[in-house]
Every structure is written in structure tokens, then in C-alpha cells.
Design a protein around this ligand. Sequence first.
Ligand code: ADP
Ligand code: MG
Ligand code: ZN
Length: 485
Amino acid sequence: MKPEVNLGPYEMVIGLETHVQLRTKTKLFCSCATSFGAEPNTQVCPVCMGLPGALPVVNAHAVRLAALAGLALEARIHPVSRFDRKHYFYPDLPKGYQISQFFHPLCQGGRLVIQTGAGPKVVGITRIHMEEDAGKLLHGGEAGSLLDLNRCGVPLIEIVTDPDIAGPQEACAYLRKLRAVLTCAGVSDCRMNEGSLRCDVNLSLRKPGALLGVRTEIKNLNSFQSVERAIWAEAARQAEALRRGEPILRETRRFDPVTGRTYAMRMKESTQEYCFFPEPDLPPVLLRPETVKDLRASLPILPDARTERFMTVFGLSPYVAEQLTQRRWLADYFEETACLAHNPVSVANILLGEVFALLKARQGEETDGIPVAPRRLAALSDLVSGGQVNSSAGKRILAALFEEDFEPWEYARSFDLLLLREERALREAVSRALEENPAMVAAYRGGKSSVEQALMGKAMALTGGKAEPEMLKKLLREALQEQTT
Ligand code: ADP
Ligand code: MG
Ligand code: ZN
């Protein structure tokens, strides 16, 4: 859905701040579990509840994952970084401050390439820093608002881009690519529906070539659709204000998906208000060059390189190859299946077509695996691409494979789905069709070639709809040619 938005003489300038939850078993500064969906307040301890006197200890695995994210995004990894306290009051933050990295972040200066209508575009990454998550307020229950501290201290990285993004499509392309790269590197699950990837949009308008305008920040968007809608809504609001000659205020706003509008929450806090200072309870984070080298060597092939490889090795189109490398499990699944099948392009088409339609119906937008063994999908792909079953039978077999495991050819045979490919039987059907329809044959002889289609239908019907269509067509054409000579 794209609301009609006329920005007049203005263009959008967007920078994204994305929070990504690191894939660790335990929290950033204590050994509490991080699993999603646990009973409220069952994964807490004095450290993450902020009780007086409790001391944080850095989770080394979280640091490695954060550095890995930096490497995957081509950023510089600083050998020394530090944690700082960022102070603010909110009920979901029991300590009264969040431990983050402000003065000396872990990574700076990366890049991510996205595809746009006008070709590839580089989005600059300003910085990547580690921080802890806050708790969660659960509003609207009978008891009023409740507090769940399970999320307190969950390890996050915040990835801040340069103001390089020119509109909602580019913003979504950036987020999709970011998800592809970070899931591939094993840094995060990036599940927007579970909050392990969420995004703040900074947006301003300007006339092309002019200096940057005043920006607003829209907080905590957690679906691609809300990112897109929030950007359109906020750009329209700013354009209207500028047209009226009203100033844009440097505000923090929120997007309401029900009304489709953004609302002011508060004026933007200044850096001074947060009163940042170095966290006295934690030593600096030191990363030795050898550690960084080992981490770099451990990175798997990343989505762009894999897209290229799928194109050259399997003959996929750029578009299809890119779709398949958006998620690592999908790329792995495709690669394994394609290596077992005769026709990789057919495997790709079945995956992105029918398989995804079925997954979406079962799992919604956030799919995370295919319940069919690669060798079974390869066998099914061969049946379809080899013309042994038609596409509707292919769909039926696939749907059944989602329910239980079996050999597709056996299934096709026992349910009588195999197409008739026996030449003698097909020739017989053709000659009977010609015999039984002399008027059509005469019309064909008289130059009315369009009756071929009708005769094809007759011959097909004589095989009970089972003939392999390409073969039948060829034999019919031969038989008709004989009739005319
Ligand atoms: P803060 O710490 O106040 O959030 P930052 O300087 O870290 O501010 O910038 C936050 C984000 O805002 C970055 O992604 C940056 O690219 C973006 N940004 C900065 N200036 C503008 C602007 N004028 N218009 C749009 N985005 C901007
Ligand atoms: Mg910010
Ligand atoms: Zn804890």
C-alpha cells in the first residue's frame, strides 16, 4: 500500500538506527538466559534487575558477535572500546541508566550495498556499538501496566547509518540486506516479530542540493510495512508543515499503525541530558589483532558473493539469486537441493513459488525453515522439470511432502499422477482424435490452422488428460502434416 504523497519541491533524507539482538544464550553482563517468550521475570538476577552492589561482567561471546557484525559490514574494529552509562528515567530501566558505548564504540565506518531502481547504492555505516536492552512494559491488562524484566540486559548492537537513504523503498532494501548479512554471519536471528531487529527512522526533507534539514526520529518500528508507512506519513507531515512555513521541531515521534500517522512523544533529548560517563564497573574491551583475524576468517560466504555464485554455478537470474540469499537457511537449503537435482532453475522456481506460498500460509511472514528434506524436493523438481508430472500434480505432491516424508515418484505412481509418455499410446490417441473428427481435419487441410488446438484437446481427452503435453503436441503436429502432404 503506497499512499499518494506529494512532497512538492522536497526530497527525503533518512538515516536508520537499527537495534539487533545478538545470538547469545546469556545476557550481556550476567548469566541469565535470553530465550524469547519465557514467563515474565523468570530470567532475572540482581545484576540485570539493577540491585545495589551487583557488578556486571562482559559476555565475551557477545563481543565476538558484535565484532563479527562489524566485519560483515566492512567496518573498522577498534582494538580498544569502552562501555558508558547513558542516564534516563523510565520504569522499564531499573538501574536508571543503560550501559552502552558512547565515547568509544566497538566499530566505525562500514558500508552496505543495496539494490535500487537506479542500480547498486552504498549506504554508509557510521558506527556499531554494543548496549544492553531495557525491560518491557505490558500495558492494557486488568491489573493496569505490568513490568517484565526478562529483556533487561539482553545484548544488542545498534547500527547507525549515514543519512544516505532517500526513501521508503531504500530503507526497506537496507533492512532486508542487513538482515540477510547478519543472519548469514550468525550474529542474530533478526526476527522483527520477536523484536530481535527493530529500527528507528531519522527523517528530514530538503530541496535537492540544499543543506540537511531538521530531522525527527520515529522510534521502534518492528515490521517492514510499518517502516514504509511511517516514512510516507512523516514525510507528508513535514512537507505540509514546510509548505505552511511552520518549523520542523527536533522531536522523537511514534507511528500509530491504526491511524497511519506519527505523533510527537517528546522533544529530542540532548547528549547532555543523558549525562554520559564511562562505566566505572567495567574494564575496557580489548580485542587482539589475532582475535579479529580469526573472526574474519570464520565469516561464511556473505549474501552478495553468494548471489554471484548462484548466478554462475546454477545459472540463476540476478533477481532469483538475490531472493535465495536473503536468508542463510534458505540459501543453504537451495544449494543442497540444487546439487541433487537435474535442473537448479526449476528448484529455485519451486522454492520461491509453491514452497513459499505454503510456508507463508503456515508460518506467516517470518519463515524459518522448510519441513521437506532437500533430496525429496530435488526428486520432485526432477519430476516436474522432466515432464513426468504436470504442475498441478507437482503442487499436490509438495503439499503432501509438507505433511509426511515419502519418495515423490512412488507417490505420483500410486496416486496415478504420472503423465503418459509412451509414444505408442500417444500416437494411438492422436490417430483416434483425427478419425473421430474428420470435419476438423478437413478444416485444417483448408488452411485453418487454429483447429490444431481443438484437436489437441480431443487427443488429450482420449488419454484421460494424462498425456505429457509437449510430446502429444509434437506427435499431433506430425500427424497433421502427413494429412496435408
Ligand atoms: P542521535 O545521537 O541524536 O540519535 P546521530 O548523529 O547519532 O544522532 O544520528 C542519528 C541518525 O540520524 C543517523 O542515522 C544519521 O544518519 C541520521 N541523521 C542525522 N542528521 C540527519 C538529517 N538531517 N536528516 C535525516 N537523518 C539524519
Ligand atoms: Mg539516536
Ligand atoms: Zn541477570
